[in-house]
Design a protein around this ligand. Structure first.
Ligand SMILES: *Cc1c(COP(=O)(O)O)cnc(C)c1O
Length: 369
């Protein structure tokens, strides 16, 4: 890898391949795999990630919004793309780009039927999402007959899959609740399939579901965070390889005399002499103010240096008093060590939020194409 000369988000496609193979190895060989690439592939770079996943033989993609799916189609991605949270205003564009909506309410179903009809569609692939306890999006089990009635004697739509989403797959304390969600989903899909007369794909597991509830893999699973190398628990993290690493470089070193202050609002001062390093990354890049004032640590030549004072828009200052380093040296914000789970925990958040907040200003560098 060339020397880091600015703030970069390195994206390692070989690590992605490793994680995909690892997760697949935990599943039955014929279980389909959907790669979740919403929010720029969890803040990384959706097009490179999707192209690599296509080359690896992925079955399906999912994005949250229609525009994310359009960007993939424009880049030449040809595999089916599920849009998890489509809005009616985008239905024409969705159809034009052969994207597949997750339909989650009677209203959205009716509006999609109308859009499909208007666009002269026949057997347009759609996915029916059921709410089994997350209480976010989804039909209730009482809607089954209503859905089937709406679709009866119509040719516009073809149900490609039935799905639901689990609320707490990473939390062993919620095992009972999760098993109940899985049971509810199983009941709904049995009822639905029998009345429908054909058998769509069925899927409910996210990454932690794959790890903790493999018996509920049905015929497809949906993984996001695991593909990017984070498993929501240290044991799984150790089997996965981080796909993204946020690296930067020391811009300037300062000697700070006792009782001098550092940064905005003079939030940091010490009664001893300190050495600080200023880094070209700030809250506009996705490292929020909650990481400042000693909460988070970054890696300088293998040693951990605290972020001191307030995080600025474009810069942070770190304490390198006990670390031999110079202007121009590389600093790892997160990657292998600390990994994104650990770094996020410094600010009481989760890797998902940290990764997706890395702003588009940060240069993406793709490794292992
Ligand atoms: C984001 C999302 C996923 C992926 O979850 P991970 O924990 O990242 O694997 C799967 N399904 C749905 C419906 C999602 O919104």
């Amino acid at each position: 890898m060339p020397k880091t000369l600015e703030t970069v988000l390195e994206i390692d496609l070989n690590a992605l391949e490793h994680n995909f193979k690892y997760l697949k190895s935990r599943l039955r060989p014929n279980t389909k795999f959907l790669a979740v690439v919403k929010a720029f592939a969890y803040g990384s770079e959706a097009i490179s990630i999707a192209k690599k996943m296509e080359a690896l033989g992925i079955d399906y993609f999912a994005v949250a919004y229609t525009k994310e799916g359009i960007a993939l189609r424009k880049a030449g991605i040809g595999k089916p793309i599920l849009v998890l949270h489509p809005q009616p205003i985008h239905f024409d564009a969705l159809i034009e780009n052969c994207l597949e909506p997750s339909l989650y309410s009677p209203k959205i179903l009716q509006e999609f039927i109308a859009a499909a009809k208007q666009n002269n569609q026949k057997n347009y692939p759609v996915h029916i999402k059921f709410n089994t306890g997350l209480n976010r999006l989804g039909f209730s089990r009482n809607d089954v007959d209503h859905i089937l009635n709406l679709l009866k004697d119509r040719e516009e739509l073809k149900i490609t899959s039935l799905l639901s989403h689990l609320a707490a797959t990473e939390d062993p304390n919620e095992r009972e609740f999760t098993l109940k969600q899985i049971d509810t989903f199983t009941d709904i899909v049995l009822d639905f399939e029998e009345k429908l007369g054909y058998s769509p794909l069925k899927h409910i597991l996210n990454t932690s579901g794959i790890i903790n509830y493999p018996e509920a893999q049905f015929n497809m699973v949906r993984s996001g965070i695991g593909l990017y190398g984070l498993g929501n628990e240290p044991e799984i993290d150790s089997q996965l390889k981080p796909v993204v690493a946020l690296k930067t470089v020391i811009s300037q070193i300062h000697k700070i005399e006792p009782h001098e202050s550092v940064g905005y609002n003079r939030a940091y001062s010490s009664n001893t002499q300190r050495v600080t390093a200023t880094l070209p990354i700030g809250h506009a890049d996705g490292i929020g103010r909650q990481y400042g004032n000693g909460k988070a640590f970054v890696n300088v030549h293998g040693k951990m240096a605290p972020i001191i004072g307030n995080v600025c828009m474009d810069m942070i200052m770190i304490d390198v008093t006990d670390i031999q380093c110079s202007e121009g040296d590389e600093v790892v914000i997160f990657g292998e060590h600390p990994n994104a789970d650990t770094f996020a925990a410094y600010a009481n958040t989760i890797s998902y939020e940290l990764l997706t907040a890395i702003s588009q200003r940060v240069t993406r560098v793709i490794k292992g194409v």
